[in-house]
Design a protein around this ligand. Structure first.
Ligand SMILES: *Cc1c(COP(=O)(O)O)cnc(C)c1O
Ligand SMILES: [Zn+2]
Length: 427
């Protein structure tokens, strides 16, 4: 586990947390030992160093109240660690993205009932806008003066954009070998993009060190991680609401740190507990690229411990070699009867093209990974093709053009004459 044991202050000395700053959240609770601490910029359990999670006391929440809310993640604000007046604070207002029926892809794969949850249409074109919106709210309440992150790319884009809109200084750290579009998509929003010579795990370590040194820095996925991570729950809420307040039978989710997958499961559990959906079994599947598949390797070996790896894959947004929530992903996928699977870079590319040509959705390498894993799960009999299935597309293909640029191209280059066109055989 990569959780750091040093507590880093994200709060400027002297600021007090205002009443109701975190909505219905009541405490931080350790995922390992259950120990509770007060809401604050903490992320590691003082007793056992396990990860802290938000604990709530939910009031009665109705479907009607949610449906009357804005068409973004704040419609679920009663279920998030944010204040009731959250809509008043400038943010990127992500969420309520399309849930698309994917009949062409379903036919291609031999599935009867398939949906794509398309998160590539968020403000900075990945699901990371959801988590960053929640982290920004927490940073504000803690009086943080800098909004920062280590990132595999998409998080940097989301942090830089949200910080710009909120008028808070941003500093974002990325591996220096990152895809150029992802670098530009951050640099356009901030003059403090820092490219680090190393992989994501090196960048993450550096960020934790800085968080320990600098007072008042909110690193979204380090010292405000418990608040950040809750944003991913909204993917689960939306899937259920958009299906008409029901849970799907199977859901396929990409795994980097594993946070998103654990939170979609948490969202489904909360909806059941609140009586907003009917209780029913569902299977959760995790998707990784073979070049960075520590969770899939552990799953297949039938072990509980995750052995960190050095990533080597075109799916850079999933390239976390030491996934903080990997062990919880294993638990959830095993308990629900799902699986964790991985695919080669060639399969990732094929997945991108398959989704594009069947559904008109251009996904990035993470989505290519997820679609390719879906195909592999069907082909190997691990996923039931008769059950209702949702696959999550977490990012946009324009950010990882290089992955497919050499594999798709004009069918012909011709002079502007009918004869030249006819000669191509495309008529
Ligand atoms: C970060 C990211 C993920 C995975 O997120 P985790 O919560 O760390 O597992 C998936 N897809 C894309 C496009 C991402 O940027
Ligand atoms: Zn603990």
């Amino acid at each position: 586990m990569s959780a750091l044991v040093t507590e880093a202050p994200a709060r400027t000395a002297g600021t007090t947390i205002r009443e109701g700053a975190f909505g219905n959240a009541v405490a931080l609770a350790c995922r390992e030992c259950g120990h509770r601490v007060e809401l604050g910029p903490h992320y590691a359990c003082p007793e056992c160093f396990g990860p802290l999670e938000i604990a709530y006391e939910f009031p009665r929440v109705t479907r009607e109240e949610i449906e009357a809310g804005p068409r973004n993640i704040w419609r679920y604000k009663a279920l998030l660690p944010v204040p009731t007046d959250i809509e008043q604070s400038p943010n990127t207002e992500p969420g309520f993205t399309r849930l698309l029926r994917a009949n062409n892809l379903a036919t291609e794969l031999g599935i009867t009932n398939l949906w794509v949850k398309d998160d590539s249409t968020n403000p900075t074109n990945s699901f990371k806008d959801r988590v960053v919106a929640c982290a920004l709210s927490a940073a504000r309440e803690f009086g943080s003066k800098v909004f920062a992150c280590p990132s595999t790319g998409n998080l940097a884009n989301a942090v830089a954009a949200a910080g710009a809109r909120a008028g808070i200084k941003t500093v974002v750290f990325i591996p220096s070998n990152l895809e150029q579009p992802k670098q530009v998509n951050s640099a356009v929003f901030t003059d403090s993009l820092v490219a680090v010579n190393g992989n994501y795990d090196d960048v993450n370590k550096l960020a934790s060190e800085i968080a320990g040194e600098e007072e008042g820095w909110a690193f979204v996925n380090v010292n405000v991680r418990p608040y950040y991570a809750e944003g991913s729950k909204t993917l689960g809420y939306e899937i259920a609401e958009q299906l008409g307040w029901r849970l799907p039978d199977q859901v396929v989710i990409p795994v980097a740190s594993g946070s998103q997958l654990t939170k979609v499961h948490k969202a489904f559990q909360e909806l059941i507990a609140l009586g907003l959906v009917e209780d029913k079994p569902y299977r959760v599947y995790g998707a990784q690229a073979a070049g960075c598949s520590p969770v899939s390797v552990a799953y297949k070996a039938g072990v509980d411990a995750i052995r960190p790896v050095k990533p080597d894959t075109i799916a850079k947004s999933l390239a976390i070699g030491n996934p903080a929530d990997g062990i919880y992903v294993l638990d959830i996928c095993r308990q629900t009867g799902g699986a964790v699977e991985d695919v080669t870079d060639d399969e990732v590319r094929a997945g991108i093209v398959l989704l594009a040509r069947t559904e008109g959705i251009f996904t990035e390498t993470a989505g290519g990974t997820t679609v390719a894993v879906l195909k592999k799960l069907v082909d190997t009999g691990q996923l039931d093709p008769e059950l209702e299935t949702v696959v999550i597309n977490t990012g946009h293909g324009l950010k990882t053009l290089d992955a497919v640029a050499g594999h798709v191209a004009p069918a012909a280059t011709i002079d502007p004459s009918y004869a030249a066109f006819a000669a191509t055989g495309l008529a």
